[in-house]
Design a binder for this molecule. Structure first.
Ligand code: ADP
Ligand code: MG
Length: 221
């Protein structure tokens, strides 16, 4: 269960401000935010992931207010519990696709690099159709392939909360549907909550709930 209360955030220097008065998301719910470019969708996902603290308000996830955690604790919480698919993938250039997928094992996500984890990474890559590309560096992969590497990395820990920022934005419709099937299957198996942001209205019917960003955010303070 996730609850946002009176959440406020502004980037330094002003310009854009986000204000979410109240939002509750049930455990296991699959929710899609949609809204125009620049409306703050990525900003909200970054706040939910604890990548940056809000200026005010609460972000309760399973009873923990991650907005109130010190930086270190927030990082540890994120690594252990949250899978994040970044809009720009955020892959590490000097690592192979396989090493990128297994990267959560390096950063104290509570995941040891066991044979079982390697097998899980391999299975995810096969399901995504990138198993033959695992020794390549990101620079030699297409955008859609990089996106699938990023998805595998987000799922390899078996997180209870998956946050996906335009996770199918670089894919053709057939690959998009394949990737969404994989994402939904994994989330269902794990009983995980899925929050995605998208401007692709074609995928909204697949979610339990679609929230228009304009309805979510109050007037800027
Ligand atoms: P969306 O994902 O809906 O396209 P974003 O959350 O990326 O929107 O951006 C919301 C607004 O915040 C935009 O006006 C954008 O220019 C601004 N913004 C995003 N990142 C930063 C940043 N690091 N510093 C200052 N402004 C930013
Ligand atoms: Mg965005």
């Amino acid at each position: 269960m996730i609850r946002l209360t009176d959440l406020r955030f502004a980037y330094p220097g002003g310009g854009f401000a986000l204000n979410v008065p109240d939002l509750a998301i049930a455990r296991g719910e699959r929710l899609a935010f949609h809204g125009p470019s620049g409306s703050g969708k990525t900003t909200l996902l970054h706040l939910l992931a604890g990548l940056m603290p809000p200026d005010a308000g609460r972000i309760e996830i399973d009873g923990t207010d991650i907005a109130a955690l010190p930086d270190r604790a927030r990082r540890a919480y994120r690594a252990a519990r949250i899978g994040f698919v970044f809009q720009n993938f955020a892959l590490l250039d000097h690592l192979s696709a396989r090493e990128n997928i297994l990267y959560p094992c390096r950063i104290g996500a509570g995941l040891r690099l066991t044979r079982a984890v390697r097998a899980r990474a391999q299975a995810l890559a096969e399901a995504c159709g990138i198993a033959d590309k695992l020794d390549r560096k990101p620079a030699s992969l297409s955008g859609g392939e990089q996106q699938r590497v990023a998805l595998c990395r987000a799922l390899v820990t078996g997180p209870g909360l998956v946050l996906a920022d335009e996770a199918t934005g670089n894919l053709d419709p057939a690959t998009r549907d394949l990737i969404l099937d994989l994402l939904f299957d994994r989330v269902r198996e794990a009983g995980a909550t899925l929050i995605t942001v998208t401007h692709d209205h074609a995928i909204l019917p697949r979610f339990d709930r679609a929230v228009d960003f304009a309805d979510l955010t109050g007037a800027a303070p």
